[in-house]
Design a protein around this ligand. Sequence first.
Ligand code: CA
Length: 227
Amino acid sequence: MRLLVVEDEVKTGDYLRTGLTEAGFLVDLARNGLDGHHLAMTESFDLIVLDVMLPDVDGWRIIKSLREADNTTPVLFLTARDSVDDRVKGLELGADDYLVKPFAFAELLARVRTLLRRGLTSAMAEHLEIADLVLDLPRRRVTRAGVRINLTTREFSLLELMVRRKGEVLPRSLIASQVWDMNFDSDTNVIDVAIRRLRVKIDEPYSLKLIHTVRGMGYQLDIMNDT
Ligand code: CA
């Protein structure tokens, strides 16, 4: 993972470079806005840590240029002022997160890791697959063995949850809160009914069953040989 740090304060720049290098990242350090702008626009990074108060080209300008060029590299900006305006401005310009100086290095590292993880997830999240079942998330379409399956919005959400957490036993209460946005009421069998309908659509015509009932616990989507 290659990171760009743009920071004009010598001590802070050195501290960030050392800390991030020790945490296992490859770090390029730009000590002014002009170099930072140039590097950000011409080289490829997994994430940019960007001080906004720079004497020449400021951080706002750098974020703006990046986003105007459709560069989606995650940007964590550092602001010395604890000003709501600054934070709003940074996020509006397309930054992904911010930290107010002074900050603890551990917090910066946690934010960096979260942003990198989020980037990986969204890059891979266009399609979810298990066996021959494919969910096309942007189009909200499902196919199995290449055949389109029509699901209701709720059924799609239910299936998406199960595929994202494949292999896990999902209690009804969790399914209720995630898919129905409600607290589980033990009298309702709405989840069992929905699972049954989903099974008819995605499992019944196929020999390999994906949805499994775990008695007394909930439901699980997985590739298993028993049913
Ligand atoms: Ca500065």
